[in-house]
Design a binder for this molecule. Structure first.
Ligand code: F0G
Length: 384
């Protein structure tokens, strides 16, 4: 009876479902929280860094947490079709959960600007895939418009059930650490996920009866929610954006977003106001990272820790490194980074940077040799 059956079953007392809700699940959630072993030493600081490896969800990204809720509630309401705009991961998740539910999925993706693995997913899961001559923000606008004229349920993060599902990542982290971290870093596009995490942390520490663990190491059961105050022990939330797609840094919408991290190539974030509220409530901040810093961080995680995330996800480590070096993270702090998507999503970018196409990022050690003993031995000795 201990079989893991997905996050709705695990956290149903904290989610908007009832006993008769028809749960659509692929066993999402319950992802590993991995403590970094080598990178902190390389940074020369005693910061305790954990990564929440969301790339191990069923479709390879954190979107599955939101999608199990969004599709479950769509089916409960009798919907026969879902629709989303996407930079690739939402469309993969929508397509998979719609297939599981036996309903139709329509996905709008920017033509030529999504990673190959994500395109393969949308097609394989059987979504109707509309490649638009425009970017994510154009797609989002069109989805909102068409939903008023067609019987389709929007499953982008403007659907409130999405954030409800995604908040469970914070529950899992608190369950595992026994408390909230001091800082939580995420890559930011639409800012839905950073908002969802904040909801999760806030519910854990402030809602009456909302304590996740019996012995929060910070609160030790004396959390101030009882006095109607916010718990002091929620993390500072840090949102990192790619420099070419950084409306939260510019303080204004960006009309032509660009970045190698196509997942977060977004100029008009849907959760703009909510994310600013997260920052003021948590005492956190937004910062930007360059594409080169993103790729270097992606490579560090693979080479030094054996963890392969997609470029957008690596923005969280890239940003943390800069903030540590700038002295913004104190020694001894506990930090959680969300690695939002699996590295296998974007093989083209991975191979290109390993072939030395990204200036400043090391080439992969790869050569083509003849199929004989001398060549293989020569190659081994040459690389030792
Ligand atoms: N990381 C990855 C891998 C993503 O796919 C996304 C968003 C984000 C981070 C940013 O999350 O939007 O909640 O701030 N991807 C969406 C999509 C836009 O369509 O897959 P956010």
């Amino acid at each position: 009876a201990n079989r893991y059956t997905g996050l709705i079953d695990r956290y149903r007392d904290r989610l908007p479902v009832t006993d008769t809700t028809p749960v659509i699940s692929l066993g999402e959630g319950n992802t590993p929280l991995i403590r970094l072993q080598n990178i902190p030493a390389k940074l020369g600081r005693s910061v305790d860094i954990y990564v929440k490896y969301e790339g191990l969800n069923p479709t390879g990204s954190f979107k599955d947490r939101g999608m199990t809720m969004a599709v479950t509630k769509a089916v409960e309401a009798g919907s026969k079709a879902v629709i989303c705009a996407s930079t690739g991961n939402t469309s993969a998740a929508a397509a998979a959960y719609a297939a599981r539910a036996g309903i139709t999925a329509f996905v709008l993706i920017p033509d030529g600007k999504i990673a190959m693995g994500k395109l393969a997913q949308a097609m394989m899961y059987g979504a109707t895939t509309l490649q638009i001559r425009g970017n994510f923000d154009d797609g989002m606008r069109l989805v909102k418009e068409v939903a008023d004229h067609a019987p389709v349920t929007i499953v982008n993060s403007i659907n409130p059930f999405r954030l409800q599902g995604q908040k469970t990542a914070a529950f899992e982290i608190i369950d595992e650490l026994g408390r909230a971290p001091d800082y939580h870093c995420l890559p930011v596009g639409n800012a839905g996920n950073i908002t969802a995490h904040w909801i999760g942390y806030s519910e854990s520490c402030t809602a009456p009866g909302g304590h996740v663990t019996d012995s929060c190491a910070f609160c030790e059961g004396a959390c101030q929610y009882a006095q109607g105050m916010l718990c002091q022990h929620r993390p500072k939330m840090i949102g990192y954006q790619a420099a070419g797609s950084a409306p939260f840094i510019r303080g204004a919408m960006v009309d032509h977003p660009e970045t190698v991290a196509t997942a977060i190539r977004i100029g008009h974030p849907q959760s703009w106001d909510r994310a600013w509220k997260v920052m003021s409530e948590s005492g956190g901040w937004f910062a930007e990272v360059t594409d080169l810093e993103i790729l270097a961080a992606q490579r560090m995680l693979t080479q030094y820790e054996g963890i392969f995330c997609e470029p957008a996800s690596a923005a969280s480590l890239a940003g943390l490194i800069k903030d540590i070096q700038a002295g913004k993270i104190e020694e001894g702090a506990t930090v959680v980074l969300t690695l939002t998507g699996n590295g296998l999503k974007d093989p083209d970018t991975a191979i290109a940077q390993c072939q030395g196409e990204a200036e400043g990022v090391e080439k992969a050690r790869m050569l083509t040799i003849d199929a004989n003993l001398d060549s293989v031995r020569g190659a081994i000795l040459g690389f030792m």
